[in-house]
Design a protein around this ligand. Structure first.
Ligand SMILES: *Cc1c(COP(=O)(O)O)cnc(C)c1O
Length: 288
């Protein structure tokens, strides 16, 4: 449904002092504000909704959810209504942050719920209740990750990407993006995920979507957890942008790139490794 937006995706190769080749696939350039990977995750969800005769989507997210912003934009693009169930009642009385502001500007109805209610977001009883409340809504899970999303993220790598690179890197939140990349990779390739949050549970989440084993995940560069930052990260982000003129944001892509640069500098990869880093976007939530 979104095939008309800004394909083909640009590539950018960086000049590095180390003997590896690093190219960035700029999914951020699919849209100036909305995360590029999210369109891949949403496209088959929207098609499924349309096939069911529904013209409304409902989904879940926290205050920094790029998925919320992307869903709002995608919905507006194809003439759907969108509803966002947002974690944190206290947000309803505060100024919206840039991510939620973007979502609202694109017409999303924001419903702020308590953390206790938000915790029910995967419970079938709660989902049935929401479905009764919004009978016209197609419900998409938090972060947008489901089977339809992975069908979409399998399309991120092109046939050339499968041929031309040895290592594919991407940032990981719920794992839907990396799962599709793994599924569509060639067996000669290795996929390395940089987790934006702490913990081993994500490995199991990813294993639910793929049986392949040519991948690994590190949370060593998550800076303490989801949406957490530190001065090292912010400094890296600024220097990287100055040197390479590629904008990053602090929640996902800066953590990936900081990790990747650290591993390259440590000599972690064989000489002449051809690396493709996926820039997943998220720039509307970037701190300047
Ligand atoms: C959502 C997001 C991710 C993570 O995608 P998942 O499929 O949830 O793992 C990575 N980068 C950016 C910029 C995102 O918005």
């Amino acid at each position: 449904m979104f095939d008309h937006i800004a394909f083909p995706t640009p590539y950018q190769t960086l000049e590095l002092p180390q003997p590896v080749q690093l190219t960035i696939k700029r999914l951020d350039q699919i849209h100036p504000q909305i995360s590029g990977n999210k369109f891949f995750k949403l496209k088959y969800n929207f098609s499924a909704a349309q096939q069911q005769g529904l013209r409304q989507v409902l989904t879940f997210g926290g205050a920094y959810s790029n998925h919320i912003a992307a869903t709002a934009y995608a919905a507006q693009l194809v003439g759907f209504q969108s509803i966002g169930i947002i974690r944190g009642e206290e947000l309803s009385t505060q100024d919206l942050n840039p991510t939620l502001q973007v979502a609202q500007d694109f017409g999303m109805q924001l419903h702020f719920v308590s953390r206790a209610e938000y915790r029910l977001r995967h419970e079938s009883e709660y989902l049935q209740q929401l479905q009764r409340q919004y009978p016209q809504a197609f419900i998409i899970p938090e972060g947008g990750t489901n089977q339809l999303a992975i069908q979409g993220t399998k399309e991120i790598l092109s046939a050339d990407d499968r041929e031309n690179y040895d290592l594919i890197c991407c940032a990981v939140g719920t794992g839907g993006t990396i799962a599709g990349i793994i599924e569509s990779s060639s067996d000669q390739q290795h996929i390395l995920g940089f987790s934006a949050l702490k913990g081993d549970f994500l490995k199991h989440d990813i294993q639910q979507w793929t049986n392949k084993t040519n991948w690994s995940l590190t949370d060593e560069y998550c800076c303490g957890g989801y949406a957490k930052t530190n001065s090292e990260l912010l400094q890296f982000m600024q220097q990287f942008e100055q040197q390479y003129a590629v904008p990053l944001e602090q929640i996902y892509t800066a953590k990936m790139m900081m990790g990747l640069f650290d591993l390259i500098q440590q000599g972690h990869f064989p000489v002449n490794t051809r690396i493709l880093a996926i820039h997943t976007g998220g720039l509307q939530g970037r701190i300047k």
